[in-house]
Design a protein around this ligand. Sequence first.
Ligand SMILES: Cc1cc2nc3c(=O)[nH]c(=O)nc-3n(C[C@H](O)[C@H](O)[C@H](O)COP(=O)(O)OP(=O)(O)OC[C@H]3O[C@@H](n4cnc5c(N)ncnc54)[C@H](O)[C@@H]3O)c2cc1C
Length: 328
Amino acid sequence: MSYAPPLDATALPPPLPRWLQETPRRAPPLTEASAPPPALSFELFPPRAEAQDAAFWACIRRFERLQPAFVSVTYGAGGSTQARTHAVVERIARESSLLPAAHLTCVGATRAEVDAVAHRYWEAGIRHVVALRGDMPGGGQYQPHPGGYAYAADLVAGLKRIADFEISVAAYPETHPEAPGPAADLDNLKRKLDAGATRAITQYFFEAETFLRFLDRVRAAGIAAPIVPGILPITNFAQAVKFSAACGARVPDWLGRLFEGLDDDPETRRMVAAVVATEQVRMLQANGIGAFHFYTLNRPELVSGIAQVLGIRPRAAQPVSGPAGCTG
Ligand SMILES: Cc1cc2nc3c(=O)[nH]c(=O)nc-3n(C[C@H](O)[C@H](O)[C@H](O)COP(=O)(O)OP(=O)(O)OC[C@H]3O[C@@H](n4cnc5c(N)ncnc54)[C@H](O)[C@@H]3O)c2cc1C
């Protein structure tokens, strides 16, 4: 499927009014449905076992109805997990109307092994790779594989030598936890884009202001590439706190208060998650942002609700079936 609207540099909105120097703009009331629907892309993880394939494909069919710009499929550590990513990406390209992007990491593999995966994707018609360093399986200090690509910027350059891939890379509004500081992290982002990446997708964050301040710094550093905010609708607050501590995303107090008393009420938690994520997106839209990448956790029902409020209408119905979430 085609990008509509395309997420390329020519489609960039005019430069943002600098967040720190002007009065922040608030999201308009919902009754003022004047904003054009945003371009959405979705991150999925591959089914963890063959037994979950059917549920995963029911989920893919629901995501198809929302006609995202692309769907990206995560890449774990370890052979069988990675093989599932390859299989899923290729099947999405073959059997759905979705445009897949394959995540690929540097961890635990030689350059030749990573290159072989990239060649295989290109031959299968996969043109978009999300190029990442990855983390050590089981945690711990990152060690480049001897003979491997050391960092994401090296991987981007390697991919570009293989073929003219469209490449997305990661960006960190709150700074990557291992970076010496925000300026060094921004230099690293610039290296990845200079090496041939097309856009950056950000780590998730919970305050629109966090992203807008970051974007100000990115543009001030002379980076013109699209920076797409990563949005995580959270349904499990305790889990989000744990995960956020590891990846350096600050969890504001107000978010915790919204989930108080809901430990045994997943349905209400989902509704709260949808409201919070929708408001975050609308705040960013009000400040000129037009494309969003959702960390869906394979939950089409949540993302469908958010997309509906954002003005996206599902494609003419094929019957929707299957469980609410896809794979656990
Ligand atoms: C949108 C998105 C998708 C993701 N998908 C996946 C996935 O599918 N699978 C997965 O395992 N992980 C994934 N991650 C997590 C990611 O792998 C981790 O955040 C990882 O720690 C960093 O990856 P990176 O590509 O940003 O690394 P890099 O850009 O290489 O940077 C990593 C760190 O190293 C520093 N650095 C860079 N170059 C050098 C250098 N030459 N010398 C010293 N330090 C340097 C940087 O400043 C930074 O602190 C994803 C993250 C995001 C935001």
